[in-house]
Design a protein around this ligand. Structure first.
Ligand SMILES: Cc1ncc(COP(=O)(O)O)c(C=O)c1O
Length: 458
C-alpha cells in the first residue's frame, strides 16, 4: 500500500472486519466448503456480491445518549472532574486493576508510562516490532535504546523466546504490543520479566477485553495502556487510559498528567501548583468521559457478539485452502476482535497477488486491507533522528548508533514475512453482524478461491 497515507486514513480505507479464532478449535468447515465451496462468478468479474448489504457502522453511537453529553456541555464543567473519575473507576473495575488514570490518548498513555519509570539514557527496552511509532515514543523521550525482538508469524505477537535472547545487563523493560487485539503470551513475558527484574509496559491500544485465562490484557504488566480513538472497540473519538496495581506509580502518573503537580491538587485550582516532577498535561476532559461512560455500557455485550461471530467464522475460513487465521495462544479466553487477521498463501490461489485478493474481497462487499505497510519500525527515521542528538552520542558508542548496523541488528524476518502475507479484516462493526453475515464473508473468499485463476488472468 501507499506508505504516504496517514494511519487513520489507512484504517478508514481498510475499514473492515472479521473475527477470529479464539474459542474455535478445528470444528468442521462450512457446508459450502464441504460441498466444494461457492464457485459462482466473483463480483470482481461481474457476478453478484457475496455481501450486498451494509455492515453495522462504526463507531456505534446511540442517539438516546446525546443528552448525557449535552448535560456536560450545559454544566460548563468541561475539564477533568467527577465524570472522568467515574470513568476511571469503572474502567479499572472492568479491567480488574487497582488504579486507572484517564488521559488524552493511547500515545500519551504509553509515553507517560515510560516518562515516570526509572529509565535513563543508556538503558534498553525490548519492543515488539509489529506496530508504529506511537508505541515507543516514550522510550526515545527518555533517550533509551529500542531493541526489537521478532514476532511469531503464526500469532503476530512478540515471541517470548526472541525477547529472552535479546536481554542484556542494560535491559530495563519490555514493550509487548497486542497487535490486532490478539494477545502476546503475557504469562511467559511476565516470567521473563520477573527473572530479569524488568518493567513491562503493555500496549493494549488494540486489545480491550482480550483475556488470558480470564485475566484481561493490561493487568499483567507494570502498566497497561489503552486507546479510545474512534476505530477502537471502545471509541470516544480521542482518549486513553493507563491501568496499574502500583499505588506509587499511579501517584507519579497522576502528577505527570497534571503538569507535575502533587496528586492532591484539584485540576483547575490555583492551590499548591508547585510542580515537583517534569510533567505534562494530558488530562481527559469531562465530555470525553461522558461519551466513554455511554460506550462502556455496551462494550461487554459487543465483545460477546464479536467472540461468537469469531468462533463461528474461524473454522469456516480455515477450511479454505490458502487461508490460515492468525492463531491466538491456547490460553486466550476472549478476544477484542479489533481486527481479524489471516495469512494469505498466494500459491493456493493460483498465484493471485494479495493486492488483487484484497480488491476482489472489497468487490464482494468485504472490505479488507494488507495491514501495516512494509516499512519496519526499526528502519524508520524517527529513531535515526534521535541517534543524531547530543544525548545519544554521549551515552552510546558510535557502533551502537551506526544506522545500517542498527537496522541489521534489529532485523525481524518473521515480521517481514507477515508484511507480505497478512490480510486484516476490521471487525469492529462487521462482527456485530449476524451469522448469515459471517457466511457471506466465507462465500466471498470461496468464490475468489474457486475463480482465482480467472481473476489472475483478468
Ligand atoms: C498499537 C497501537 N499503539 C498505540 C496507539 C496510539 O493510540 P492513540 O491513537 O489513541 O494515540 C494505537 C492506536 O491508534 C495503536 O493501535
Amino acid at each position: 500500500m501507499n506508505t504516504n497515507i496517514s494511519r487513520r486514513e489507512f484504517i478508514k480505507r481498510s475499514s473492515v472486519a472479521s473475527g477470529t479464532a479464539v474459542l474455535a478449535t478445528g470444528a468442521a468447515g462450512s457446508l459450502l466448503a464441504a460441498a466444494g465451496g461457492d464457485a459462482s462468478t466473483p463480483a470482481a468479474l461481474g457476478g453478484a456480491k457475496a455481501h450486498a448489504k451494509s455492515w453495522p457502522s462504526w463507531p456505534a453511537w446511540d442517539p438516546a445518549n446525546d443528552s448525557e453529553v449535552t448535560k456536560v456541555l450545559h454544566s460548563t464543567t468541561w475539564s477533568r472532574s467527577k465524570l472522568v473519575k467515574e470513568f476511571e473507576e469503572k474502567w479499572a473495575a472492568l479491567m480488574g486493576a487497582k488504579y486507572c488514570l484517564a488521559v488524552v490518548n493511547g500515545t500519551n498513555a504509553l509515553s507517560a508510562s515510560f516518562m515516570v519509570m526509572d529509565l535513563k539514557p543508556g538503558d534498553e527496552v525490548i519492543c515488539a516490532p509489529y506496530t508504529f511509532s506511537a508505541s515507543l515514543l516514550g522510550v526515545l523521550y527518555k533517550s533509551a535504546m529500542p531493541v526489537f525482538a521478532d514476532i511469531d508469524p503464526l500469532t503476530y505477537q512478540l515471541d517470548p523466546a526472541k525477547v529472552e535472547a535479546k536481554i542484556t545487563p542494560r535491559t530495563k523493560a519490555i514493550l509487548p504490543v497486542h497487535i490486532c487485539g490478539y494477545a502476546t503470551d503475557m504469562e511467559r513475558i511476565m516470567q521473563i520479566a520477573k527473572k530479569h527484574n524488568l518493567k513491562v509496559v503493555e500496549d493494549v491500544c488494540q486489545g480491550h477485553m482480550t483475556a488470558i485465562n480470564g485475566k484481561n490484557l493490561g493487568t499483567f504488566g507494570t502498566t497497561g495502556c489503552f486507546s479510545f480513538q474512534t476505530s477502537k472497540v471502545m471509541p470516544i473519538g480521542e482518549g486513553g487510559a493507563i491501568i496499574t496495581d502500583d499505588a506509587e506509580l499511579y501517584d507519579k502518573l497522576y502528577s505527570y498528567h497534571n503538569y507535575g503537580f502533587k496528586t492532591n491538587v484539584t485540576p483547575g485550582s490555583y492551590d499548591n501548583i508547585a510542580a515537583f516532577i517534569l510533567g505534562n498535561k494530558i488530562r481527559m476532559a469531562e465530555y470525553q468521559a461522558a461519551i466513554g461512560l455511554c460506550q462502556l455500557g455496551k462494550l461487554e455485550e459487543q465483545t460477546r457478539v464479536r467472540n461468537e461471530n469469531g468462533a463461528y467464522l474461524t473454522p469456516k475460513l480455515a477450511a479454505i485452502p490458502g487461508i490460515t487465521p492468525v492463531k491466538p495462544y491456547p490460553n486466550v479466553t476472549r478476544l477484542s476482535y479489533y481486527m481479524y487477521p489471516f495469512i494469505y498463501n498466494e500459491a493456493e490461489f493460483n498465484g493471485l497477488p494479495r493486492a488483487a485478493f484484497v480488491k476482489a474481497l472489497a468487490a464482494e462487499g468485504v472490505p479488507a486491507s494488507p495491514g501495516y505497510p512494509k516499512y519496519p519500525i526499526y528502519t524508520q527515521e524517527f529513531i535515526h533522528e534521535m541517534f543524531k542528538t547530543e544525548v545519544y552520542k554521549k551515552f552510546y558508542t558510535s557502533q551502537e548508533l551506526d544506522w545500517e548496523a542498527y537496522k541489521a541488528r534489529n532485523a525481524c524476518p518473521g515480521l517481514m514475512k507477515t508484511f507480505d502475507t497478512s490480510v486484516w479484516l476490521s471487525t469492529t462493526g462487521m462482527f456485530l453482524g449476524s451469522k448469515a453475515d459471517m457466511d457471506d464473508v466465507v462465500r466471498a473468499v470461496e468464490k475468489i478461491h474457486k475463480n482465482s485463476a480467472k481473476l489472475k488472468a483478468a
